[in-house]
Design a protein around this ligand. Structure first.
Ligand code: BTN
Length: 308
């Protein structure tokens, strides 16, 4: 074996015969591998995605919706690749073993070590204008709560707008991106779930995180992927038909910050402080500041619990 990349080339079932998609400049850490001095430590086992198993696990409704499902060994970002499809986004699902340029909310990076994370993007063509889509990313959070609970993960909660937490630690992030083409709205729903984070990676992330492996029995990433696709399709369909309002109470009941005093942070620091009194019918965070309830729009601010 000449290199780490070559090792993984033998594991990955390439869709392309020449294997030309493999980015040989990846560092071992990006592949979820450890180092001991000059040595690279290979994992004991690798749970690769299996396209057929994922497709076989889809519900009838999700199968009818999904026009194409593709698994990439490595990709810059499943969201970026799907966005580039333009008007062909609808019904397409991209998954990757590893992302080299995974993107998070508010310009952050999202680390997806090889086979340790579930990185996927689902494309929807929506018959709604962007102004009506304020609650969409919150609804995807509920879809993930529903999926995780199918695996009996305990203590699953949401942190506005759409972090999914288990016992207060982040397990999943959601990045929804929209584009308008010829008057139609297209949404790319990007979902990252920590499945089996290498402990070295976990330690390097600047917030409290957890992974599925710490809360469930043995599960393949393909099973998790199919369950998440099914649940996301169901919740997005419900949102498209009925909007966010019917899901608002259940969302609030899952909100880990509900009733808490919080600071609202913008790029330049704390913008305001107040008590969380729920989310509005458009998905905005409702903050009570000095007796006045103010709506904070998704994507513009972040929320942190006050230290004192
Ligand atoms: C966040 O919590 O900041 C959102 C993270 C979203 C990560 C997912 S992984 C699949 C998709 N592709 C990306 O580049 N980002 C999303």
């Amino acid at each position: 074996m000449e290199s780490v990349a070559e090792y993984f080339q033998t594991l990955v079932e390439y869709g392309r015969a020449d294997g030309s998609a493999w980015p040989v400049d990846l560092q071992p850490e990006q592949l979820g591998l450890g180092r001991e001095g000059r040595w690279i430590v290979l994992p004991e086992s690798v749970d690769l995605l299996n396209q057929r198993a994922i497709e076989g696990g889809l519900s009838n409704a999700a199968r009818q919706w999904s026009r194409s499902l593709e698994v990439f060994p490595a990709i810059d970002s499943t969201n970026s690749a799907l966005m580039a499809l333009g008007a062909s986004i609808g019904g397409t699902v991209y998954l990757a073993e590893c992302q080299t340029g995974g993107r998070g909310r508010r310009g952050r990076t999202w680390f997806s070590p090889f086979a340790g994370n579930l990185a996927m993007s689902l494309g929807f063509e929506l018959g709604l204008p962007p102004a009506d889509l304020g609650g969409l990313s919150l609804v995807v959070g509920l879809a993930l709560v529903n999926a995780l609970e199918q695996f009996s993960v305990p203590d699953v909660g949401l942190k506005w707008p759409n972090d999914v937490q288990v016992a207060g630690k982040k397990i999943s992030g959601i990045l929804v991106e929209l584009q308008m083409i010829a008057g139609r709205t297209y949404a790319v729903i990007g979902i990252g779930i920590n499945v089996a984070l290498p402990r070295t990676v976990e330690a390097a992330i600047d917030q409290q995180v957890t992974d599925l492996r710490s809360h469930t029995g043995s599960l393949t990433r393909s099973t998790v992927a199919a369950t998440v696709i099914n649940s996301t399709y169901d919740f997005v369909s419900q949102f498209v038909s009925l909007g966010f309002e019917p899901l608002r109470d259940v969302w609030n009941s899952r909100h880990v910050l509900d009733g808490c005093m919080v600071d609202l942070h913008g790029p330049a620091g704390v913008l305001k402080s107040g008590r969380v009194v729920g989310v509005g019918g458009d998905g905005a965070l409702l903050l009570e500041c000095d007796g006045v309830v103010e709506a904070v729009v998704a994507g513009e601010v972040s929320v942190r619990q006050q230290q004192s």
